[in-house]
Design a protein around this ligand. Structure first.
Ligand SMILES: O=C(O)CCC(=O)C(=O)O
Ligand SMILES: [Fe+2]
Length: 436
């Protein structure tokens, strides 16, 4: 306990660092993408061609997406080309996250139509505002607002030794586009196009190429979310566990034109050993990060807040290159660096601690108190919440004892490296951290 407190005291800091982001110019600065979008629109609407008829056989295709050739599909593809740029992917790979502004605002749905961000906002607003008076038997359990028609309360599954329980969040509701019945999905054509169009996924594979075929991005899901405010939030968490689930990249898009300072609901990412980064949920902003390795949370929101998530999956779980090619690790690192001289031992321990699998454990200790408070803030006071908190503190104690016993020299260095000041910044710059 004393070790844990000492460690988290060393590490705990306020979120004071200004936001880092990759800002992109608006539509007109991307003539190639704009031309491509126009061309796509033109080809989808024109029915005649001046060139000679093709001689080759037209292959039969299977599973043509229902949105193929629509204005929504063209807009979604054009927006993906503006988000998944080489420099954005470079930032994503190097820092574990990237923020892109303005990409969806500059693309219109059809000639002279609304922007893609506004079109998506209207669709999600319509879903979040729908209510079936009889449908929500669920409102009482988490003591909050009722579920919009077609949405479900966000819940985390807690696996206990002998049973599985649901830990529900207050005032946050979600819907997965692929789970919608056809009739319902057809009422949300822009989201349907987003789920079906593969431009985003293909560009991620092209600009952030996986090191093995098994890690190639293979499919995607889209989850819509409404947060009704009243302090609703997400606790510290990772989106996936690489060994259990093939999710590699998370892309969040925020649709809140009226967001202002004081509304809360900021996303915080923790690219440790760099300081946490607070990201406001502003209209049209897209945030990408490593689904398996980026710790994040959502701060309590005072205002209604809309967003959606795109998750990009490898074909199957496991096969993560980071677990097999640890950043700068040596054989002795996993063994606490036994056998080298002092400096080598500390360096080997730092490398071992910063490997994604180990950093995940380290994060629990570093942010132990904030993590517990975020669990409390995100869920009503129920036996399930108590269970989650007990599990959290049990894990923190086990991990802190294990790490302090095995990596004493490395912990001291990592603590110094994650602090403020130029020396710490230099140390971080010299350390390669793997995110994917
Ligand atoms: O709403 C957000 O900004 C993030 C949501 C999130 O972390 C999740 O759905 O896993
Ligand atoms: Fe998340």
């Amino acid at each position: 306990m004393a070790t844990r407190r000492a460690l988290s005291r060393v590490f705990c800091r306020v979120l004071s660092r200004p936001r880092t982001r990759v800002s992109l110019p608006r539509a007109s600065a991307f003539p190639a993408a704009a031309a491509a979008a126009t061309a796509r629109r033109a080809s989808s609407s024109s029915s005649s061609s001046s060139s000679a008829p093709a001689e080759h056989v037209v292959p039969r295709t299977y599973g043509t997406p229902s949105t193929a050739g629509t204005a929504e599909a063209a807009a979604v593809a054009a927006a993906a080309e503006r988000v998944v740029l080489p420099e954005v992917c470079e930032h994503l790979i190097r820092h574990g996250y990237a923020v892109v502004d303005g990409a969806l605002d500059g693309v219109t749905v059809g000639e002279g139509g609304a922007s893609l961000s506004e079109t998506l906002r209207r669709e999600l607003d319509r879903l979040a505002s729908s209510s079936d008076a009889d449908a929500d038997a669920d409102a009482s359990s988490a003591g909050s607002s009722r579920a919009p028609d077609g949405m479900k309360r966000n819940a985390t599954v807690l696996v206990q030794k002998d049973r599985v329980v649901q830990l529900e969040k207050a005032n946050i509701f979600e819907a997965e586009v692929h789970a919608m019945k056809d009739e319902m999905a057809s009422r949300f054509p822009a989201f349907r196009a987003l789920r079906e169009d593969r431009t985003f996924l293909t560009l991620l594979n092209a600009h952030a190429p996986p090191r093995t075929r098994a890690e190639d991005l293979h499919h995607q899901v889209v989850k819509l979310q409404v947060n009704f405010g009243m302090g609703a939030c997400f606790p510290l968490h990772f989106d996936s566990a690489a060994e259990l689930d093939g999710r590699r990249v998370t892309a969040l898009t925020y649709l809140n034109p009226g967001w202002k300072e004081g509304d809360g609901g900021e996303l915080v990412v923790y690219p440790f050993p760099s300081p946490p980064v607070k990201i406001e949920p502003r209209m049209g902003r897209v945030v990408l990060f490593s689904a398996a390795n980026m710790l994040h949370r959502v701060l309590p929101s005072k205002a209604r807040r809309l967003c959606f998530t795109q998750w990009f999956f490898a074909r199957s779980a496991g096969g993560s290159s980071v677990s097999s090619s640890a950043a700068g690790s040596s054989g002795s690192a996993a063994n606490g660096g036994v056998g080298g001289d002092g400096g080598d031992v500390a360096a080997a321990q730092v490398a071992a601690l910063l490997r994604p699998e180990m950093r995940k454990h380290l994060m629990k200790v570093v942010h132990a108190d904030e993590w517990a408070k975020s669990i409390e803030a995100s869920h009503p006071d129920t036996p399930e919440r108590k269970m989650a908190l007990d599990t959290h503190w049990r894990e923190v104690d086990v991990i802190s004892r294990a790490l302090a016993g095995k990596f004493p020299a490395g912990l001291a260095e990592v603590a110094a490296m994650s602090g403020p000041g130029e020396d710490a910044e230099r140390a971080r710059a010299a350390t390669r951290v793997e995110w994917f």
